[in-house]
Design a binder for this molecule. Structure first.
Ligand code: EPZ
Length: 431
């Protein structure tokens, strides 16, 4: 199994092109199931989750072709690819356990399958081990759209033989995935659907833009109420995946820890406003200039701060582990309240191996800084936890080995290449 070796202590100086967002690319790829036409997606990152979803879609009847790297003109070596997905016919409405159990987003095929064919049998999902992660909101909303849902042997068996019918759906809590799923399903439902308490994440907005390019009739994305007027068919379209705000935030926090100066290229700073404001309050210089973000950390005195994770536009749970690593270098006590996932503190004990002083009290982590981090063997339990260990290791003295790198490969494209070209000493060890 691959591992990553890092010798900490080097400042990060240089520029990093930011990839297309994994969490936008996945629902965008799934949207291809809604149309007989071809969906062309530009700026798709090269990640294990994308490969896995391609296999799930392939099983359902998708033909997928990919143009070579470098087609974005940003950076020939490090840039996304263009993917063409064509699903002339759904050849199979069955998404199997072996694939869907590896990735939560795989479950989201259920909405589009039902909308297009009136049938879907999809395994209950898996994904990062960060909480119980039920799918009750998805299922209840699909029932409200008229689907008959049965749970059998770990599968959701859903049918809507007369098609889905528009409805008013009020989510009791904000769910990114349920918003994606119901948005896609309702584009082909008859009549109007209103989603209340919808997720406002930029990735939801990106999905709506793509669905609109395919011919869907949607209003209100980016607000908590989204209106969808069903249409009878969607068509071919082309769409560029938005930049990955979590990847950008991660590298910003890395340089805040190591010191130095990074230019993050191809970033939409607006989508990162909350975390950038927190970093500024901690003493990091963050400047936006067109599509670039310049992050500079010249004095090493970071200030402590208290934060809590929240749905967008609040502080993203997907940057919680990374800012926790950063807080180990702040001068005093910082606190994080995790409000989205009840079990998303698995990185705490691994950061402790590097010397971090963190105590847990229910949904709250209390981080005492400044600690001098020291390299060690560490192991990651999920994607964002892994990267928090990588950025902590960059600031630690000596050698760190990060085990279970496959988590990282699910969500961070070319991480060793991007960091080493900015002065980090980092390499992948393959056994
Ligand atoms: C998406 O997961 C992201 N995944 C996650 O990123 C991200 O952490 C999360 O949104 C929150 O921002 C993708 O986009 C592929 P939710 P999702 O439904 O959709 C509860 C990463 O590292 N809930 O918004 O699965 C749920 O348990 C990943 O890239 C229900 O109770 O998250 C959680 O407490 C990890 N019932 C809360 O809602 C449901 O039916 C928010 O989850 C659905 C969700």
């Amino acid at each position: 199994m691959d591992r990553i070796k890092i010798i900490g202590g080097s400042k990060l100086i240089g520029s990093i092109p930011i990839s297309g967002a994994k969490n936008a690319a996945l629902p965008l790829m799934i949207a291809s199931l809604l149309s007989e036409g071809t969906l062309t997606l530009k700026n798709i990152p090269h990640l294990a989750d994308i490969t896995l979803l391609s296999r799930i879609l392939g099983d359902l009847g998708a033909n997928i072709t990919i143009d070579g790297r470098g087609s974005q003109g940003v950076d020939d070596e490090i840039s996304g690819v263009t993917m063409h997905i064509n699903v002339p016919k759904i050849s199979n409405f069955f998404a199997k356990y072996e694939l869907v159990s590896k990735m939560r987003a795989g479950f989201w095929v259920i909405g589009p399958l039902l909308a297009r064919t009136g049938r879907a049998k999809v395994s209950l999902p898996g994904g990062c081990a960060i909480g119980t992660r039920p799918v009750d909101l998805h299922l209840k909303a699909l029932q409200e759209l008229g689907a008959d849902i049965k749970l059998e042997d770990g599968y959701v068996n859903a049918a809507a033989p007369n098609g889905l019918k528009g409805a008013r759906i009020k989510f009791p809590k904000v769910s990114v995935g349920a918003t994606h799923n119901i948005l896609m399903a309702s584009t082909l439902a008859s009549g109007q659907t209103i989603i209340e308490n919808a997720a406002k994440e930029p990735e939801v907005v990106d999905l709506v833009r793509c669905l609109r390019a395919m011919g869907a009739n949607i209003e209100g994305e980016g607000t908590s109420v989204i209106n969808i007027e069903g249409v009878t068919q969607l068509n071919s379209a082309e769409h560029t995946v938005l930049p990955d705000r979590i990847e950008a935030g991660t590298y910003a926090m890395a340089v805040a820890m190591t010191g130095g100066s990074l230019t993050l290229m191809n970033v939409n700073g607006k989508n990162l406003q909350y975390p950038l404001n927190i970093m500024k309050a901690m003493g990091v210089e963050c400047l936006e200039h067109s599509n670039n973000l310049h992050i500079t950390q010249s004095n090493n005195n970071l200030k402590p701060i208290d934060i809590e994770t929240n749905p967008y536009p609040g502080f993203p749970t997907d940057l919680q582990a990374q800012i926790m690593a950063m807080m180990t270098q702040a001068d005093g006590l910082s606190r994080i309240r995790e409000t989205i996932f009840e079990n998303r503190f698995m990185h705490v004990q691994e950061l402790a191996r590097l010397g971090a002083d963190i105590t847990l009290d229910g949904d709250m982590a209390i981080i005492k800084g400044v600690t001098k981090l020291q390299g060690a063997q560490v192991m990651a339990t999920d994607l964002r936890a892994s990267v928090s260990l990588v950025i902590a290791a960059l600031a630690a003295k000596g050698e760190t080995i990060v085990n279970r790198v496959y988590h990282l490969d699910r969500g961070f494209e070319d991480i060793e290449k991007k960091l080493s070209r900015c002065g980090a000493i980092i390499e992948r060890l393959t056994d």
